[in-house]
Write a protein that binds this ligand. Structure first.
Ligand code: NDP
Length: 448
C-alpha cells in the first residue's frame, strides 16, 4: 500500500467469493475493507444454497411422514405450515449473516454497509459520498436472476422472492429446466402445491448425464409434476386473485405464482466499470485472466460476476486463490477440472467429471457401468422409486472419468466419490474396495 491509499484491498460485494478473499487477505496481513449494499453473506447464504437446502429438508418430511407407516409409526395428522418453515429459515439466515459479519470483524476487515462504485483503477466512491482508495480492488458482486421481457413479467417471482412468499401457492408454474427450476419443483410438490414446469426445449439440466436426468423426469412425472416441454410463456395477466399464463406450445395455464428460473446474469451495471476501463466479455461478465485480474491491472474479479462456473465453492476457491497469490505470496490458480455438482431435486442427483457423451467425444473408447436399484428403505416403504448410479471409465487406462447418480443422499455420497475421480483412480481400485454393507453407496464398488 502506498502512503496515500486507505486500504491494501477494497472488496465490492460480501458474498462467498468476497468474504473469503477479504478474510484471507486480512489474515495475510493486508488492510482490507468490504462494501456490501444488501446483506453480508451474498446469494448463497441469504437467498440461495442455504435457505434452499433448508426448504429441501422441510419438503423431504412429506415423504418420510408417508413412509413412516410401513416402519410402524402412526402419524395421524400431517399438516404443513409454510409460514412456520419460512420464518424459521429466515431466522437461520439472519443468524448466519451475523456469523459472517463477525468473521469479517474478527479479521479486522472494515465493513461499509453501502454501495461502492469504481471511480478509477485504485478508487471507489461509497453511496454516502465518501471516496476510498486501495492498492487493489476486487469485484465480487455476483449475479442476479435473468428475466425475459414479456408482458406481465412484474407478476412473476424469481429465486430472490420465493423464500419470502406470504402464503404457499396452490398452483405454481415454474419456468426453466435447470437447477433452480428442478429444485423448487420438488420442494413445492412435496409441500402440496400443484406444480407445472415449463421448459423451452425437451432437454433439461443439459450439462448432466441425460440418462440420470431421464430418471429424474420419470420419477417427477410419477410424483405429479406436470412438465410442459417445448413451451414458453407469452404473457402473464392478473385476473382476479389468480394469474392467467398465456402459452405457446401448450394450453394456457392458471396459477397463484409464476417462478422464473431461467439462468443468472452478472451484476456489472452502474459499478463504474467503464470509467475505470474494466472490460466485459461476450456474455457480459467481467473479463479476467487466470489470476482473476481484469483488463485493469489493479482491479480483480471473482465469482459469478465473472461467469466462469456459477457455484459457491468455485467462488470461494477463486477468492482464496486471489488472496493467497497477491497478499500471501503463495501463487495459486484454480483448477477447474472435476468440479462436483448436485441438483437438490426429489430425489437429488449429483455428478462429477465427464458424462458418457463428453467422454466418448474426448476419449473415443469408453466403458460404462451402471447400477439400477431400489434403496432398501424405499422397498420397505413401498416407494417404487429406483436409483441409478453410473460410472464412466476410460477404456484405454481404466481410469474413472465420471460418476453420475440419482437417488437418496446422492450429493452426500458423490462428494466422497469425487475424490476418487480427482485422484484419477481406476475402476480396478473401486473393484478392490470392500463394500460397506448394507448401504446405497456400496453399489459404487459392486458394478461389474
Ligand atoms: P440454469 O443455467 O441451471 O438453467 C437455466 C434454464 O433456463 C435452462 O433450462 C435454460 O434452457 C432455461 N432458459 C434460459 N433462458 C431462457 C429463456 N429466455 N426462456 C426460457 N428458458 C430459458 O439456471 P438456474 O436459473 O436454474 O440457476 C442459475 C445458476 O445458479 C445455475 O447455473 C447454477 O450455477 C447455480 N445454482 C446452483 C445450484 C446447485 O448447485 N445445486 C442450485 C441453484 C442454482 P436451455 O438449457 O435451453 O438453455
Amino acid at each position: 500500500m502506498s502512503a496515500r491509499e486507505d486500504f491494501d484491498l477494497f472488496v465490492i460485494g460480501a458474498g462467498s467469493g468476497g468474504v473469503r478473499a477479504s478474510r484471507i487477505a486480512a489474515a495475510h496481513g493486508a488492510k482490507v475493507a468490504v462494501a456490501e449494499e444488501f446483506r453480508v453473506g451474498g446469494t448463497c447464504v441469504i437467498r440461495g444454497c442455504v435457505p434452499k437446502k433448508l426448504l429441501v429438508y422441510g419438503a423431504h418430511f412429506a415423504e418420510d411422514l408417508n413412509d413412516a407407516a410401513m416402519f410402524g409409526w402412526d402419524v395421524p395428522v400431517k399438516r404443513f405450515d409454510w409460514p412456520v418453515l419460512r420464518d424459521n429459515v429466515l431466522a437461520e439466515v439472519t443468524r448466519l449473516e451475523s456469523a459472517y459479519t463477525d468473521t469479517l470483524s474478527s479479521h479486522d476487515v472494515s465493513i461499509f454497509h453501502e454501495r461502492a462504485v469504481l471511480t478509477g483503477p485504485n478508487s471507489v466512491q461509497l453511496a454516502s459520498g465518501k471516496e476510498v482508495t486501495a492498492g487493489k480492488i476486487l469485484i465480487a458482486t455476483g449475479a442476479r436472476p435473468a428475466l425475459p421481457e414479456i408482458a406481465g413479467i412484474e407478476h412473476a417471482i424469481t429465486s430472490n422472492e420465493v423464500f419470502l412468499l406470504e402464503r404457499l401457492p396452490k398452483r405454481i408454474v415454474i419456468v426453466g429446466g435447470g437447477y433452480i427450476a428442478n429444485e423448487f419443483a420438488g420442494i413445492f410438490l412435496e409441500f402440496g402445491s400443484q406444480v407445472t414446469l415449463v421448459n423451452r426445449s425437451d432437454v433439461m439440466l443439459r450439462h448432466y448425464d441425460q440418462q440420470i436426468v431421464d430418471r429424474l423426469i420419470q420419477i417427477s412425472v410419477k410424483k405429479g409434476i406436470d412438465f410442459k416441454f417445448n413451451a414458453q410463456i407469452d404473457r402473464i395477466e392478473q385476473r382476479g386473485g389468480r394469474l392467467h399464463v398465456a402459452m405457446t406450445g401448450c394450453d394456457d395455464l392458471q396459477a397463484d405464482a409464476v417462478l422464473f428460473a431461467t439462468g443468472r446474469v452478472p451484476n456489472v451495471e452502474e459499478l463504474g466499470l467503464d470509467s475505470a476501463g474494466v472490460e466485459l466479455n461476450a456474455r457480459g461478465a467481467i473479463k479476467v485472466d487466470e489470476d482473476n485480474r481484469s483488463t485493469v491491472p489493479s482491479i480483480f474479479a471473482v465469482g459469478d460476476v465473472t461467469d466462469r462456473v456459477q457455484l459457491t465453492p468455485v467462488a470461494i476457491r477463486e477468492g482464496q486463490a486471489f488472496a493467497d497469490t497477491f497478499f500471501g505470496k503463495i501463487p495459486t490458480r484454480v483448477d477447474y477440472g472435476c468440479i462436483p455438482s448436485a441438483v437438490f431435486s426429489h430425489p437429488p442427483l449429483a455428478s462429477v467429471g465427464l458424462t458418457e457423451g463428453q467422454a466418448r467425444n474426448k476419449l473415443g473408447s469408453v466403458k460404462t457401468y451402471s447400477s439400477d436399484f431400489r434403496a432398501m428403505k424405499n422397498v420397505l416403504a413401498g416407494r417404487n422409486e429406483r436409483s441409478l448410479y453410473k460410472l464412466v471409465v476410460d477404456a484405454a487406462t481404466d481410469e474413472i472419468v465420471g460418476i453420475h447418480m440419482i437417488g437418496p443422499d446422492a450429493p452426500e455420497i458423490l462428494q466422497a466419490a469425487a475424490i476418487a475421480v480427482k485422484a484419477k483412480l481406476k475402476k480396478s481400485d473401486f473393484d478392490a474396495t470392500f463394500a460397506l454393507h448394507p448401504t446405497m453407496s456400496e453399489e459404487l464398488v459392486l458394478m461389474r
